[in-house]
Design a protein around this ligand. Structure first.
Ligand SMILES: [Zn+2]
Length: 197
């Protein structure tokens, strides 16, 4: 698995069912050279196993960029190994509190989403450093991420958070590899094949 393949798998899973997914182009062989292009706009109502009404609260290009930012961090963190050999751990989650001023609440979920959080907080800092906002709770619920927040964020900020919640349903909560949402005895989790229960 290289960075482009993993990135393509993630975006294809998150946007499955969207007709404009056909426009997706992924290139590059390292975090530095990874590039993704996709037709801009709001995706179809039903994508990646989720149905939105009236429509998804994020644009296709926002989701793609968030995945690219996450993949940069994920593959840089693991270098020179691959993220599959060097998955994020609890200490990577704890480090987010040091790295990001707004990461003020605990992460009530597994470490597999650490790089996703890193990307979300980094991007939000770029676009909203001077906005008065704060997360109120960050947790796993029914197998996917919920990031509750209050205060003032620009529209793109809210979009990034919604996109992150959507991406989480395709990201193993244990190791951050591409995964799928599944239920066993009424218990929902998002897991890769290695971490399926
Ligand atoms: Zn996994």
């Amino acid at each position: 698995m290289n960075i482009a393949t993993e990135t393509r798998i993630l975006i294809e899973a998150a946007l499955a069912g969207d007709p404009d997914l056909a426009s997706l182009a992924v290139a590059g062989s390292s975090p530095e050279t990874l590039s993704v292009r996709v037709a801009p706009g709001v995706p179809a109502k039903s994508i990646g196993g989720s149905s939105y009404s009236p429509e998804p609260p994020f644009c296709r290009e926002t989701l793609a960029e968030l995945v690219v930012r996450m993949q940069h961090l994920r593959w840089q963190r693991a270098a020179p190994l691959t993220p599959l050999a060097m998955p994020p751990e609890d200490r990577d989650m704890r480090a987010l509190h040091e790295k990001h001023l707004r990461a003020t609440v605990g992460f009530e979920c597994g470490p597999g989403w650490a790089d996703l959080f890193d990307a979300v907080f980094s991007w939000l800092h770029e676009i909203a450093a001077d906005h008065d906002w704060s997360p109120s709770q960050i947790k796993e619920k029914y197998g996917t991420l919920r990031l509750y927040w209050y205060g003032d964020l620009p529209p793109l900020g809210a979009e990034i958070i919604e996109a992150a919640e959507h991406i989480s349903s395709h990201l193993c909560e244990v190791c951050g590899a591409p995964g799928r949402l599944q239920s066993q005895h009424g218990w929902w989790t998002t897991r890769c094949r290695d971490h399926e229960s």
